[in-house]
Every structure is written in C-alpha cells, then in structure tokens.
Design a protein around this ligand. Structure first.
Ligand code: AMP
Length: 212
C-alpha cells in the first residue's frame, strides 16, 4: 500500500509517519531525512542539497525524483511505503504517478494534515530531534530535556528550524506544495485530517483516513 502524508512544515508528518510505519507494516520514506543523512555524510548530493535546505528552499525536482526512484526499489518497500515530505511540487507528483504506474502499484490515499499557522510556528520552534533514534521531542517552548527520553541519545535542533527559515519554508509550502491539494482532490485521493490535538488522536484519525 502506498500513501502520502501532505502538510506544511510542523504539521507532524514525520512524527505520524514514524508511528504509522509499525502499524501499517510499511516503511516511512522521508526525503528530508534522506537529504539530512547525505548532508551529514558530506556526499555530493548532500553538498548540493544543503545550500537549498539552509535557505528554506526546495531542492531541485530532478535530484529528488532520482532519489525517490532509487529508494522505492529497495526490498523493504516492495509491499508499499508511506511518503513523508514527497511530493512537494506538481512535477514531483507527476513523476511519482509515472513511477507507480511503471511498477503497477496504486496510490491508496493522500492525507492532508491541517494545522493552524500559529500552532505550526510554535511546534517548529520547540522541536528537537534525537541523533540516535530520530525521535521528535517537542518542548512547547521550554528548555529541552538533557537527553532523548526514549533512548538517551543526544538532542539537537534542525538548522532550518530557525524562525527566519521557518517563515520561508511556510511561504514555499503555500506557493509550491499547496497546489498538490487540488491535484489529488481531482483524483479523489485526498483525505483531510485535523492535525491538531493529541498525537495519539491524530494517529487514529490518519489510520481511519487511510484505511476507510
Ligand atoms: P523536511 O524534513 O521534509 O521538512 O525537509 C527539509 C528540507 O529538505 C526542505 O525544506 C527542502 O529543502 C528539502 N526537501 C525535503 N523534501 C523535499 C522535496 N520533496 N522536494 C524538494 N526539497 C525537499
């Protein structure tokens, strides 16, 4: 089964995708995580991508499409996958349609996580990630705990979670990614889910939206 989690930065796509991974028994594929891994390893792709990421802009479509084409052909993705942060532009969505068609895998649902701007900015500015297990810890504006509550790993804040970059990322979302809502609504694949409130409750809503 293939599903997409769509929504602005801070909507909870990563947190929810990691939780759903186990439940649906398909891997989460996050282009943001893959790119951050390339940046950390200093690969050529990482060096190219970093310039865009640091500015809050999108990495060029073709780099991302090649990366996804490669990733979905790995063994763990054979039974399906949950996309988080891809597609983010119309050309990416068109390319994904082609990749899925060639592999004869249907797209089951596109879940749009709806969250107010005010909540997005608050969530992003209080967001810390664990270097070891990737856990997303939200402090709600308070100081972060000394270590990851799940595994004890070191916590860090993403470079692109600074307020000025966040504003740019929200603008990029509205201009380049929001048009995907109409694109998928046209194909009757879009399911709107309220992304505010308790994490568990949002997970439950997404499961209903995907399976129902
Ligand atoms: P994310 O972790 O999904 O918020 O992504 C972090 C950054 O990685 C974005 O601000 C973009 O610079 C880049 N990125 C991630 N996914 C994509 C994508 N599908 N297309 C273009 N750039 C992307």
């Amino acid at each position: 089964m293939v599903a997409i989690l769509l929504g602005p930065p801070g909507a909870g796509k990563g947190t929810q995708a990691r939780r759903l991974e186990e439940d649906l028994d398909i891997p989460q594929i996050s282009t943001g995580d893959i790119l951050r891994d390339h940046v950390a390893r200093g690969t050529d792709l990482g060096k190219q991508a970093k310039q865009y990421m640091d500015r809050g802009e999108l990495v060029p479509d073709q780099l991302i499409i090649d990366l996804i084409a490669d990733r979905i052909d790995q063994d763990d993705a054979a039974a399906g996958f949950l996309l988080d942060g891809f597609p983010r532009t119309i050309p990416q969505a068109v390319a994904l349609d082609g990749l899925l068609r060639a592999r004869e895998v249907p797209l089951r649902a596109v879940v749009l996580l709806d969250v107010d701007d005010e909540v997005l900015v608050r969530r992003i500015s209080g967001r810390y990630l664990c270097r070891e297990c990737g856990e997303d810890v939200n402090t709600g504006g308070e100081e972060p705990p000394e270590a990851c509550p799940k595994c004890g790993g070191e916590l860090y804040q993403r470079d692109d979670d600074r307020p000025e970059t966040v504003r740019k990322r929200l603008e990029v979302y509205r201009e380049q990614t929001a048009p995907l809502v109409d694109y998928y609504e046209g194909e009757s694949l879009l399911r709107r889910v309220d992304g505010s409130g308790e994490v568990d409750e949002v997970t439950r809503r997404i499961k209903v939206a995907i399976k129902g």
